[in-house]
Write a new protein. Structure first.
Length: 194
């Protein structure tokens, strides 16, 4: 059982890395590995009693379908432009996300046997937001994911999901490159529009 569980975790990790690497390149083909890895992680996180993480991965499955559609509407992954939402929008998103995370976390601590309910709720709420930002090609998604990934490393290490913790270290590096790459693309499109 343990060896098959580790194989599943490694498979999910490899596909997750493929998703993020392809997303940094703004490739529409990032979405199929996102779909498969998220489906695997639903099972893994239910087993680890990280219910919000499992719910989050169910959302990722849906977002993979939506992202593939949204990025590919006109048959080209470059059809959707990379944008920045602005400081005021992001401050509002962060404030609302923090309040929702705390409320869900406290509620979960009373009604479930969830581990780390507030941290689990925080990473889930902000991952929901950041994933939607990816489907819209909002550049700040990478900054949100850097913060989420740092917190997730603590969460997964605490649950002895070391392979997944390692994945999130890799995610931080990839997210930095994703932000740089999307920022270059945003600057190029702004220059060509002038």
């Amino acid at each position: 059982m343990l060896s098959s569980f580790i194989f599943l975790e490694f498979t999910a990790v490899v596909l997750s890395i493929a998703y993020v690497v392809l997303a940094t390149k703004a490739s529409v083909w990032c979405w199929p590995p996102a779909f498969i890895s998220s489906a695997i992680y639903i099972y893994i996180f239910i087993d680890a009693q990280l219910y919000f993480e499992s719910f989050l991965n169910a959302y990722y499955v849906i977002m993979a379908i939506y992202g593939f559609y949204n990025w590919n509407k006109s048959g080209q992954s470059s059809s959707l432009a990379i944008v920045w939402s602005g400081l005021n929008s992001n401050l509002l998103i962060i404030g609302i996300g923090a309040v929702v995370s705390i409320l869900i976390g406290f509620t979960s601590s009373y009604f479930t046997d969830a581990s780390f309910p507030i941290i689990d709720a925080f990473t889930t709420v902000f991952s929901l937001i950041a994933t939607w930002m990816v489907t819209q090609k909002r550049i700040e998604n990478w900054l949100y994911f850097i913060v989420i990934d740092v917190i997730s490393i603590y969460l997964y290490t605490s649950k002895e999901l070391y392979v997944t913790s390692g994945l999130f270290v890799v995610y931080i590096v990839i997210a930095i490159f994703g932000f740089i790459n999307w920022n270059k693309q945003l600057a190029t499109s702004a220059n060509s529009a002038q």
